[in-house]
Design a binder for this molecule. Structure first.
Ligand SMILES: [Zn+2]
Length: 279
């Protein structure tokens, strides 16, 4: 089982890696830059090496970088769109240099211009950022559909992937809270949702799972994460996601509202339950 949580790298990469080990996690998600969108403190070569050494020694699974929530490549406002293009370009290159396997971003909100026009902007933003020479895979996140968000239907993600110049560099990150909120019933019909994903996008393009419970009910089109087992999805359904034959080997990233100590406990509890269910 590959499981970790979102980590702050404010104290430096090496210190963060040590905190992950202490948490008994074997992967992590980090922001590709300050979540408010400003600059990223470039790690020194020594720090980057120490970080890679720690992850190798501990046999971690793939790492995930998350682009800032504030960027919106679907926007038709020049300033907002140009900023998103710059962030995608710079952060994909920087995370690739650091040896991070995947970088996820929210496709964006069309803010009134419509899904089709929004998708056109997202595709153009990706085309100016992905050169085809990267090792890193850029992931579209499945969204809840709040406001004018794009990416709450698998078909929208497929369309983006179909239209970019380098689809081989583009995958998907599935967020359990978001898809539940968008109206995919992972509680009563997980097999059906997985089959639908496979049919529309292809399971081979699914690279990561954001593993969250949901504060708001099924189909609410809200994006409110709950701790595992304390939301509307619930423990049983989430354990079925974690152990589903088509999903169980993917890296799982908790984005639950807890501090490091709480996440350590959450990871330990999940490992115990998964191992218990195998007996
Ligand atoms: Zn996200």
């Amino acid at each position: 089982m590959i499981i970790g949580t979102h980590m702050s790298i404010a104290g430096g990469l090496e210190k963060t890696a040590k905190a992950v080990v202490k948490m008994e996690a074997n992967t992590m998600q980090i922001f590709s830059r300050n979540p408010r969108g400003s600059n990223f403190k470039e790690p020194t070569e020594k720090e980057a090496e120490a970080f890679q050494r720690i992850r190798k020694e501990n046999g971690w699974g793939p790492l995930l970088a998350h682009a800032p929530y504030t960027m919106n490549p679907a926007s038709d406002q020049e300033k907002i769109y140009d900023f998103a293009c710059m962030v995608l370009r710079e952060d994909i290159a920087r995370m690739d240099r650091l040896g991070i396997e995947n970088m996820v971003f929210h496709p964006g909100s069309h803010t009134g211009i419509g899904v089709e026009a929004g998708i056109k902007n997202i595709v153009a933003a990706l085309n100016q950022a992905i050169t085809g020479k990267e090792q890193i895979t850029v992931l579209l996140e499945t969204m809840s559909g709040k406001g004018t968000e794009i990416g709450y239907e698998f078909e929208q993600l497929r369309e983006i992937r179909d239209r970019v110049d380098h689809p081989e560099g583009l995958g998907v990150c599935l967020d359990t809270c978001h898809i539940f909120s968008a109206g995919y019933d992972i509680v009563n019909d997980l097999d059906g949702v997985v089959a639908r994903f496979d049919e529309v996008i292809g399971l081979e393009h699914l690279k990561a799972i954001h593993f969250n419970d949901s504060l708001t009910p099924f189909g609410a089109k809200k994006d409110r994460h709950a701790t595992i087992g304390n939301g509307e999805i619930g423990m049983e359904a989430l354990l079925r996601v974690l152990t589903h034959p088509a999903l169980k080997d993917l890296p799982f990233y908790l984005e639950t509202p807890l501090e490091d100590a709480g996440h350590k406990e959450e990871i330990r509890m999940l490992r115990e339950k998964v191992e218990g269910s195998r007996e």
